[in-house]
Write a protein that binds this ligand. Structure first.
Ligand SMILES: [Ca+2]
Ligand SMILES: [Ca+2]
Ligand SMILES: [Ca+2]
Length: 220
């Protein structure tokens, strides 16, 4: 695969087979099986990140996979990172959420793994800001859990499954979600959906007319 930047500064990711991992890269310093330093690598520059600034995060290393565990009042989020090509740069491969169902307050509903790397099969993809999310071949689901400027690179209504909102804010229906939409417009073949106060935009790259609200599900 190759990843680069086009003239507008948007990430261009032509990966359709998975395995490479576009988007964000991380470096970990691992001493005696423990993560001692973390860097996020952007445009070739490694910026140090706090390992744990508020007592909620911990890191372990299991068979070369770095596992980040973050606990809050509502549950536990687990993110996995690997360096599959051994060049020292780690990519996120998956995240999962284990909620405490009896906890008060908002939390996510989907408790299976969400993937950052696509396969030719059916994937449950994590859509995160800062990188185009592509599912590749197969009937893929695209899960939206955060606000921000989100981009889905290859949604096809005829092939893919759903765009699923699991925001953790307790949204109960598509109608409720639609109440937060302030704009739906095309930019060429890209469909851009804008949410209230510009807290989020979702761009469906190259989707053309091949999408409707029937392609959307709301979990939370
Ligand atoms: Ca690597
Ligand atoms: Ca697909
Ligand atoms: Ca796929």
């Amino acid at each position: 695969m190759s990843t680069g930047q086009d003239d507008s500064g948007n990430d261009v990711n032509d990966d359709s087979s998975g395995g490479g991992g576009g988007g964000k890269a991380f470096k970990f310093t691992i001493v005696d099986g423990k993560v001692t330093e973390i860097f996020e690598v952007k445009d070739g520059v490694a910026e140090p990140k706090p390992i744990d600034d508020d007592g909620s995060e911990s890191y372990t290393v299991e068979n070369g996979v770095v596992v980040r565990t973050e606990k809050n009042a509502f549950g536990t989020e687990i993110t996995r990172y690997t360096d599959s090509d051994g060049n020292g740069l780690y990519s996120r491969i998956s995240e999962s959420w284990q909620g405490s169902d009896d906890s008060p307050g908002p939390h996510f509903r989907h408790d299976g793994d969400l993937s950052y790397l696509s396969t030719v099969g059916d994937d449950s993809m994590a859509v995160r800001a800062g990188e185009d999310c592509s599912g590749g071949q197969g009937a893929d689901d695209f899960y939206i859990r955060e606000a921000g400027d989100l981009r889905i690179g290859d949604f096809k209504s005829s092939e893919d499954n759903h765009i699923i909102f699991d925001t953790g804010f307790g949204l109960a229906s598509k109608e409720e979600l639609q109440g937060y939409v302030t704009g739906v417009q095309y930019n060429g073949d890209d469909l851009v959906v804008t949410f209230v106060n510009n807290v989020a935009t979702i761009t469906l790259v190259g989707v053309g007319a091949d999408v409707s609200w029937d392609d959307v599900q709301v979990l939370s």
